[in-house]
Write a protein of this length. Structure first.
Length: 293
């Protein structure tokens, strides 16, 4: 990989990680309703990518389901989870989407895996379960939402494999539109007073929404797909593991994330498993499997 492209990949991961921590501050510290902010983000994405909306990729029903799973499902549930969990926990636990995607590809697409990918899947699942585990086999609400977010993202990723090639900005446009259509009514229904709460948080929320939409979604995602088009998947995909590592560092520094022995061991096992899967995969993971919030 050329040095400038390696630098671009590091910048992409830094943007994703920064957005993860920023998202926690928005819903956890400023108490902005998570569904409302996610809808606001997707609204900006939809406006920014409107020129690429048409023609609509076919089949339309599959595209809309992908948008539902990746937009309203994965991102909406992730923001709800961040009400309780730390950015570090989210960055690690959501990695379970990688082995789940691999398993769903076997069931839905008839893909075959060899022992190395099987080992990676097993390690990733064990590592995430160790991070999630609490005495008495109890799973907190935040962790439950994280796991649901990962499952939604995995279904969307597998269905995306069934689509033809879609231009990155066109894909972002439809995810933005679908996410807005799903999350705006959900916010009205479940988050009364969301607009007033967001307004009270001040103009910083507008800046955060613009960063999340334009820098994270439009710029970083498009740049990622550019690199996927230039290099082999098993070269680019492992580099995305910088995102959870940077997120953990920023989480400890900015949001005071607590990192104990269980978190360290579980993260190491999970990320090792994801690395093995990435090295053995023929296609790189979708953006939503890497940039989580």
């Amino acid at each position: 990989m050329k040095p400038r492209h390696l630098a671009l990949m590091v910048l992409i991961c830094l943007i994703w990680a920064t957005n993860n921590v920023m998202s926690k501050l928005i819903v956890g510290t400023l108490h902005v309703p998570p569904l409302f902010f996610t809808a606001l983000r997707f609204g900006i994405v939809a406006l920014a990518t409107l020129p690429w909306l048409l023609p609509m990729p076919r089949p339309a029903w599959r595209l809309l389901l992908i948008g539902l799973f990746m937009g309203g499902g994965s991102f909406g549930l992730m923001f709800i989870a961040l009400t309780w969990v730390s950015p570090s926990e989210a960055a690690v636990v959501v990695q379970i989407s990688v082995p789940i995607t691999a398993l769903l590809s076997i069931v839905m697409l008839g893909e075959r895996i060899r022992w190395r990918r099987g080992l990676g899947i097993t390690l990733a699942l064990i590592g995430v379960l160790l991070v999630v585990y609490q005495p008495g086999l109890h799973i907190s609400a935040g962790m439950a939402f994280l796991l649901a977010s990962a499952v939604c993202g995995s279904f969307g990723a597998v269905m995306m494999k069934q689509m033809g090639d879609i231009a990155p900005l066109r894909f972002q446009a439809w995810v933005g539109v679908t996410g807005l259509v799903v999350l705006a009514p959900a916010s009205l229904l479940f988050e009364p007073g969301a607009f007033a709460a967001t307004r009270d948080a001040g103009w910083v929320i507008v800046a955060c929404a613009l960063y999340a939409a334009l820098v994270t979604s439009v710029f970083a995602h498009t740049a990622y797909y550019f690199l996927i088009g230039r290099y082999e998947a098993n070269l680019v995909a492992p580099l995305t593991l910088l995102t959870p590592l940077i997120t953990i560092g920023l989480g400890v520094w900015i949001t005071g994330d607590h990192i104990d022995a269980k978190m360290i061991v579980g993260s190491a096992i999970a990320l090792t498993g994801v690395l093995i899967i990435a090295l053995r995969s023929r296609s790189a993971p979708l953006v939503q499997a890497q940039e989580h919030t």
